[in-house]
Design a binder for this molecule. Structure first.
Ligand SMILES: [Fe+2]
Ligand SMILES: [Fe+2]
Length: 269
């Protein structure tokens, strides 16, 4: 039996929803919105991988957790797709078209991975991504980081990250059960993180250009992201997942994360 719960929250998006979730920090806002735009392509790819991987797993408990993981990811990307449609409708025609083309490129990559890459690669990609989102959740789920975020955006992000923490062990366990090669997991995991972030930063640049800085360049967007995410702990947390002995079960969940998750109805254990 799975210990992971599939929830179906109903988000009501106001007509005055701002494109930038955190108006005082437009650069961070664009990074968050770009993350939202990647998810309707990344999360279906994870689900496709899990569908194939479940057939290789003998442990019934793990298979049940993998199914529940996919149920959670399906709810995540459907809700992000809804808000992404609203955001796209608020961009200029050129900005919306650029976002569409970046989304199509990411979708094409993930469909190609499903069609042409091995299950071992796809599972290692999934774990590379999940380990990064677990580090992200531990770094940004805090009262200080949530300050000033538009409430509906805040609820979506908090609910999503709470469930990312809840299902933090599933892709790790699936990889270990089916593949279990540390150097391979680290090599593909690092590739996965770089691949994903490259696409995310292109989306962040397009959003910045359309909302507040028409001339921003990729080196500037990259520098902003590195400085911000080094300071808030996401980059150090993500680098540590590549060390031998990394196991998401051994990571202590900060009190703030437990508190914010509970506010979204997610009791972390
Ligand atoms: Fe997710
Ligand atoms: Fe996830």
């Amino acid at each position: 039996m799975a210990t992971i719960t599939v929830r179906r929250p109903e988000f009501v998006w106001p007509s005055d929803l701002p494109v930038l979730p955190l108006p005082e920090d437009p650069s961070r806002s664009c990074e968050l919105v770009a993350l939202s735009f990647t998810l309707p392509y990344l999360e279906p790819y994870l689900i496709r991988t899990m569908r194939v991987a479940t057939k290789e797993v003998a442990d019934e408990n793990l298979a049940a957790e993998m199914k529940a993981f996919s149920g959670q990811e399906a709810q995540h990307y459907k809700n992000h797709a809804r808000v992404n449609d609203i955001v796209r409708s608020k961009l200029s025609p050129a900005g919306a078209a650029e976002m569409r083309s970046l989304e199509d490129a990411l979708d094409a990559d993930y469909r190609r991975f499903t069609d042409t890459k091995s299950l071992a690669f796809n599972l290692a990609y999934a774990e590379g991504f999940e380990a990064m989102t677990f580090a992200l959740a531990r770094s940004v789920m805090s009262v200080a980081e949530a300050e000033g975020v538009f409430p509906e955006w805040g609820d979506l992000i908090s609910w999503h990250l709470a469930e990312e923490v809840e299902h933090r062990t599933v892709t790790f366990d699936a990889y270990e059960a089916i593949v279990g090669r540390y150097p391979h997991r680290v090599a593909v995991g690092a590739y996965a993180q770089a691949h994903f972030l490259r696409h995310l930063l292109k989306m962040a640049r397009a959003l910045q250009r359309d909302t507040f800085d028409a001339g921003v360049t990729m080196p500037t967007v990259l520098k902003q992201a590195v400085v911000r995410n080094w300071r808030n702990g996401i980059i150090p947390g993500t680098l540590r997942v590549h060390l031998p002995g990394y196991d998401p079960r051994k990571i202590v969940i900060p009190d703030d994360v437990v508190t914010i998750a509970a506010m979204q109805g997610v009791e972390l254990v």
